[in-house]
Design a protein around this ligand. Structure first.
Ligand code: NAD
Length: 419
C-alpha cells in the first residue's frame, strides 16, 4: 500500500509504528488509518537563477493527520529530500506533538535543493515560490510550518510575507520560527537546543551523572547542535568533539565553544576554524564521552556504530538518527540511556506552539516565561516516558512512541470515522 512512501526512512518509521501498535494492541483494521498520511502534496518550484537561467526544484508537504488540530512541522531544504523521508518525519512530528500534549497533528515539508548552492536572492525566490505553491493547502488552523535543516528565521519571514501578501493582511500565525521583529517569539531560535540540554540534565539525574564533570560529543553544528553545545558548555560539560558537513574537530582538553560559535556566525560553517584539532568526521560518533548528541541528519547511528559507541547518554537531537538495527543493539546495552528524538528535540515544537498562541492573541510573553513553560511541558514528557518504559518493560523510544500514538488514536476513536 502507498508505494510512494518507499525508502529506508519511511520503512523505519513504519516499523516503529507497528512495534508500538502491537504493544498498544491496536486492532489491525485501525492501523493503516493511523499510519499513512492524510495527504501529501508535491509541488514544482521554478525560479530564476542569478545568471538568467531558469531552474526547477521539487518540493513536498506531507500532513500526517489533523485529528488534534492543525498539522505542524518544519520545512527542510536539503539535496537528500524525498517524499518518503518527509512522510516519515511527519509521523514523528505527530507522535512528538501528542507526547507533549500539544493540540497539533504532524506535518513536514521539504525542497530537494542544496541551500548552500543558492545566492540569497535565489534562496528568497525559492522560499517564496514554495509557500506560494502551498497556499491552497496550509493556513493557521490547517498547517503551520517551521524551520528545519537548511531553513531559518529569514526563510520563515519570507514564507509569512508571501502568505500575507496573498491574504491581503499580515498573518503572523501562518508559520513559527520567524524573527522576533515580525511576530516571532523570544526563545524560539534557541528552543530546540535548549530543550535537548534540559532532557540531558534530567537523564543525568536519572543515571547519577555529574554533568559539571562530564564530556560530550556533538555531530551537527547548525541551529540545534550549536545551541546545545553552548548550553552544555555553560553547564561545565567539556565538549570533546564537534562536526558539521564541512569539518570535524576533536580536542581531548575540550573545545572553545563560544569562540567556535563566533566563527560559525561569521563564516556559516566549521571549515577553516582550526587546522590543529581537525579530525575524521567518520570517527566522531565513537569517541568515548558521557553524552553523545547526534544533531544533524537521520540514520547516522548504524548497527556497527551502536556496537562501538562509548557514551552513557545518547541524546537524539536530530530526528531519526538511530536505525532499527542499532536499536536492536541498544536493547542489549542498557548502560546507554537513550533520550529518543521525539522527546529530546521537542523543545522546538513546544516553543513554536507558544509562538502560534501569542500570534493568535497578539499578546507576547517574556523569555523567562517561555523557558519555564517549555521545561514544565518537557519534564512531563520526560517523566511519563521513563515511568512508562519501566512499567511496560520497553525502551524509552517505544514508551514515548506509544504515548504519542495512544493520544492520536484516542482522538480518532472519539471523533469517529466520517462519513
Ligand atoms: P541546520 O541546517 O541548522 O543544521 C544542520 C547541521 O548538520 C549543519 O551544521 C550541517 O552542516 C550538519 N550536517 C549535515 N549533514 C551532516 C553530516 N553528514 N555530518 C555532520 N554534520 C552534518 O539544521 P537544524 O535545524 O540544526 O536541524 C538539525 C536536526 O535537528 C535535524 O535532524 C532536524 O530535523 C532536527 N530538529 C530541528 C529542529 C529545529 O527547531 N530547527 C527541531 C526539531 C528537530
Amino acid at each position: 500500500m502507498f508505494d510512494i512512501y518507499g525508502g529506508p526512512v519511511f520503512g523505519m518509521a513504519r516499523q516503529q509504528f507497528l512495534q508500538a501498535a502491537d504493544i498498544l494492541e491496536i486492532p489491525t483494521d485501525q492501523r493503516d488509518r493511523l499510519l499513512y498520511p492524510k495527504r501529501a502534496i508535491a509541488v514544482t518550484c521554478p525560479i530564476h537563477r542569478d545568471d538568467g537561467s531558469t531552474v526547477v526544484y521539487e518540493g513536498y508537504r506531507v500532513q500526517h493527520h489533523l485529528s488534534l488540530g492543525p498539522a505542524k512541522g518544519g520545512v527542510r531544504f536539503s539535496p537528500h529530500v524525498d517524499i518518503g523521508e518527509v512522510a516519515a518525519l511527519s509521523l514523528w512530528m505527530s507522535w512528538k506533538c501528542a507526547l507533549m500534549n500539544l493540540p497539533y497533528g504532524g506535518a513536514k515539508g521539504g525542497v530537494r535543493v542544496d541551500p548552500y548552492s543558492l545566492s540569497p536572492k535565489e534562496l528568497e525566490a525559492l522560499s517564496r515560490r514554495f509557500m506560494q505553491e502551498l497556499i491552497p493547502f496550509v493556513g493557521p488552523h490547517v498547517d503551520v510550518m517551521a524551520p528545519d535543516i537548511g531553513t531559518n528565521e529569514q526563510v520563515m519571514a519570507w514564507f509569512m510575507d508571501t502568505y500575507s501578501n496573498d491574504a491581503g493582511q499580515t498573518v503572523t500565525e501562518i508559520v513559527t520560527g520567524k524573527p522576533v521583529s515580525c511576530g516571532g517569539t523570544v526563545g524560539r531560535r534557541e528552543a530546540t537546543g535548549r530543550g535537548v540540554t534540559h532532557t540531558i540534565v534530567r537523564a543525568a539525574e536519572e543515571i547519577n551523572l555529574n554533568l559539571a564533570q562530564s564530556t560530550a560529543v556533538i555531530q551537527g553544528f547548525g541551529n540545534v547542535g550549536s545551541v546545545a553545545a553552548n548550553e552544555l558548555h555553560a553547564l561545565g560539560v567539556k565538549i570533546l568533539a564537534i562536526s558539521d558537513h564541512t569539518a570535524a574537530y576533536h580536542d581531548p582538553k575540550g573545545l572553545n565553544i563560544p569562540e567556535i560559535i563566533d566563527y560559525v556566525s561569521k563564516h556559516g560553517v566549521l571549515k577553516g576554524y582550526s587546522s590543529e584539532c581537525l579530525t575524521d568526521p567518520n570517527t566522531i560518533l565513537t569517541i568515548k564521552c558521557d553524552v553523545l548528541v547526534p544533531a544533524a541528519v537521520e540514520r547516522v547511528i548504524t548497527e556497527e556504530i551502536a556496537n562501538k559507541i562509548e557514551c552513557r547518554i545518547l541524546a537524539e537531537a536530530a530526528n531519526g538518527p538511530t536505525t532499527l538495527e542499532a536499536d536492536a543493539v541498544f536493547a542489549k546495552r542498557p548502560e546507554v540511556f537513550i533520550i529518543p528524538d521525539i522527546l529530546c528535540n521537542s523543545g522546538g515544537v513546544t516553543v513554536s506552539y507558544f509562538e502560534w498562541v501569542q500570534d493568535l492573541q497578539q499578546f507576547f510573553w517574556e523569555e523567562e516565561e517561555i523557558i519555564s513553560r517549555m521545561k514544565k511541558i518537557m519534564d512531563k514528557g520526560f517523566y511519563d516516558t521513563v515511568k512508562s518504559a519501566k512499567e511496560l518493560k520497553v525502551s524509552n523510544r517505544m514508551a514515548a512512541t506509544c504515548a504519542g500514538l495512544r493520544r492520536v488514536n484516542a482522538a480518532k476513536q472519539a471523533r469517529g470515522l466520517f462519513p
